[in-house]
Design a protein around this ligand. Structure first.
Ligand SMILES: [Zn+2]
Length: 206
């Protein structure tokens, strides 16, 4: 199994190929075919990404079948089932890198800002469950001068929300905490730019 550092480098290289349009993500010679991975998988990274149709992890990282264990949910939020999914992959497959992949102009951030400005009573309980998890990241920003600059607010809100999910995964699970302390598991944040296709990792791994 790749180390977290090696896994991150592989993602970086894949994103460079995607941005450079070097080749398509699927069906590229050399990548696994369904039968190759039918009985076992060894994903080298776990991605917790947003459901946004423009940010499919396998494509933006140019990876094939069996390479990534992907969890997608609007706003890349962390609820118990997301933590459980990460725990499952990290323990079952010994995957050592977890990436929380947010993106520019995320609809969950925009919807939560809207809700904070004009609360709606008729919002569905299920949608509210997502907004409630994004809200704390934005409330702090709304208390600063950023509240006068909507674009900056969205930009910083996306990053704050990514960091919140990273922290939740790092500290919200005994299983993951132990893997981090003893087995080299790393959880990092990253932001995908809808405009350029580039994934920027918010921190480095030694
Ligand atoms: Zn989104």
């Amino acid at each position: 199994m790749l180390s977290a550092h090696e896994a991150l480098e592989r993602l970086r290289e894949g994103n460079r190929r995607f941005v450079g349009n070097v080749h398509g993500a699927n069906g590229f010679p050399g990548q696994a075919r369904p039968a190759d991975v039918a009985t076992w998988q060894e994903p080298f990274a776990i991605i917790l990404g947003c459901s946004d149709s423009r940010v499919p992890a396998e494509i933006v990282f140019d990876q094939g079948l069996g390479d990534l264990f992907v969890i997608r949910v609007a706003g890349n939020i962390v609820a118990p089932s997301q933590v459980g999914s990460v725990e499952f992959a990290a323990t079952r497959f010994s995957t050592r890198l977890v990436v929380v992949l947010g993106h520019s102009q995320c609809g969950a951030i925009l919807a939560t800002l809207e809700e904070l400005r004009r609360p709606q009573d008729d919002q569905s309980r299920n949608l509210r469950a997502i907004v409630d998890r994004v809200r704390p990241s934005l409330e702090g920003l709304l208390a600063t001068e950023l509240r006068h600059d909507f674009d900056a607010l969205v930009r910083e809100g996306v990053r704050a929300n990514i960091r919140t999910s990273v922290n939740h995964l790092r500290h919200g699970s005994q299983v993951l905490e132990q893997l981090i302390q003893e087995e080299g598991l790393r959880v990092v944040g990253a932001e995908y730019s809808l405009e350029t296709g580039v994934v920027e990792f918010l921190e480095e791994i030694a």
